[in-house]
Design a protein around this ligand. Structure first.
Ligand SMILES: Nc1nc2c(ncn2[C@@H]2O[C@H](COP(=O)(O)OP(=O)(O)OP(=O)(O)O)[C@@H](O)[C@H]2O)c(=O)[nH]1
Length: 373
């Protein structure tokens, strides 16, 4: 999987700072070559005369289910790019400010040629520190973009007070507690914090989740718990051992956390009425012949409301970790690196979506996966 070209989907509401970030990526000296596909799906960044225009073309998948769509124009552009492999190291797709990122992300799971050559590295969402709270209230796209994110750049922090920043961050965390979050002015995040992150974001779930699950009021759904210290913050300060399996981005990641004060202290604990997340931790192995059909059936049934799902699972008698991610009903998973001796073989699943029925999800997992092991 490592020789697949990483694709970053860059999203964020109108004016949040996507172009500012893109310009930084394209002008900074980092020794990497990025092919960039922008808004109306023209293409910039590798060769100035290679701008490919396309009409908007969206195909429905899964028998017309409205949540599963892919972009034909994007597939064609990517296929064109893939013919020129070797001229660039990674691809960035910038979506329009009001677009739902799902059809873009799903493209990388569905089209066979694209899937074989490229992989979705991360959805990076730019958020405007000053206006996001308003947009979350009046623009469903803005909420979707936060829910989809693997990485959130909370930009324009120069325009708000510390209190306002903590407020907007609390709102973001109510929707998506799992994304890595960076504060920024003029999108000044380290490039490695947003691009070519590999499976690092999934691994972070393993690192932070045990503490997060234990956080006392995580399961309470009241509106405001006052000042709530997310306990997992301190996890970022851990040092890697000699046989650390983290990739080289980790150093910079660590650095970025220190300077950007990742989750912020004293965040208010909000519950979003509409969007939220459910995570499941099972200490132990699962039978792939039970788990995989369950997962497939579950996202087929509930996928319209599940925006993202991800997980790392230990299968019986399988030395490698099974890693999956999905967008709505479309799933993609494979066996990746071996479980390390110091890692507890377990299953960790995260679902982010609209009006998720937490109890029903847990019960379905208990009765249909665990009891059938
Ligand atoms: N004060 C302040 N302004 C910023 C910051 N980042 C970007 N801007 C300005 O905000 C405006 C919008 O930024 P863009 O990067 O064009 O935003 P965008 O998300 O690409 O916008 P659309 O293409 O309309 O979706 C520009 O005038 C930027 O100069 C910031 O951190 N602070």
């Amino acid at each position: 999987m490592t020789d697949k070209i990483p694709v970053t989907v860059l999203t964020g509401y109108l004016g949040a700072g996507k172009t500012t970030l893109l310009n930084r990526i394209l002008t900074e000296q980092h020794g990497r070559r990025y092919a960039v596909i922008v808004n109306e799906f023209g293409e910039i960044g590798i060769d100035n005369d290679l701008v490919v225009g396309a009409d908007e073309e969206i195909f429905e998948m899964n028998n017309g289910c409205i949540c599963c769509t892919v972009r034909g124009d994007l597939i064609r552009i990517i296929e064109g790019l893939l013919k020129r492999r070797g001229k660039f190291d990674a691809i960035i797709v910038e979506t329009t400010g009001v677009a739902d990122p799902a059809p873009v992300a799903q493209t990388f799971f569905v089209d066979q040629d694209v899937k074989e050559a490229a992989r979705l590295d991360a959805v990076v969402t730019l958020a405007d520190a000053k206006f996001l709270a308003q947009r979350l209230a009046d623009a469903p796209e803005a909420k979707n973009q936060i829910a989809f994110a693997d990485v959130i750049v909370l930009n324009k922090t120069d325009l708000v007070t510390r209190e306002e920043l903590a407020e907007v961050e609390g709102r973001i965390r109510a929707i998506n507690p799992y994304a890595t979050l960076h504060h920024a002015v003029k999108a000044d995040v380290p490039i490695a914090a947003v691009l070519e992150r590999n499976a690092f974001d999934l691994d972070r779930i393993l690192e932070i989740e045990p503490r997060f699950l234990e956080a006392e009021d995580h399961d309470h759904h009241d509106h405001d718990h006052g000042h709530h210290h997310h306990e997992h913050e301190h996890e970022h300060d851990h040092e890697c051992g000699p046989d650390c399996g983290h990739d080289h981005h980790h150093e910079q990641e660590h650095h970025a956390h220190a300077h950007h004060n990742d989750h912020g202290h004293g965040l208010k604990h909000y519950h979003d009425e509409e969007m939220g997340s459910v995570s499941i931790l099972h200490e132990g192995e699962l039978d792939p012949n039970v788990f995989v059909p369950w997962l497939n059936e579950f996202v087929q049934r509930e996928g319209a409301d599940i925006l993202r799902c991800k997980g790392i699972v230990a299968f019986t008698d399988e030395p490698k970790r099974f890693v999956f991610q999905g967008v709505h009903m479309i799933l993609d998973g494979d066996l990746q690196r071996d479980w390390r001796p110091d890692e507890k073989r377990s299953a960790r699943l995260v679902f982010i979506g609209r009006k998720l029925k937490e109890e029903a999800i847990r019960e379905s997992f208990e009765t249909e996966v665990l009891r059938r092991k």
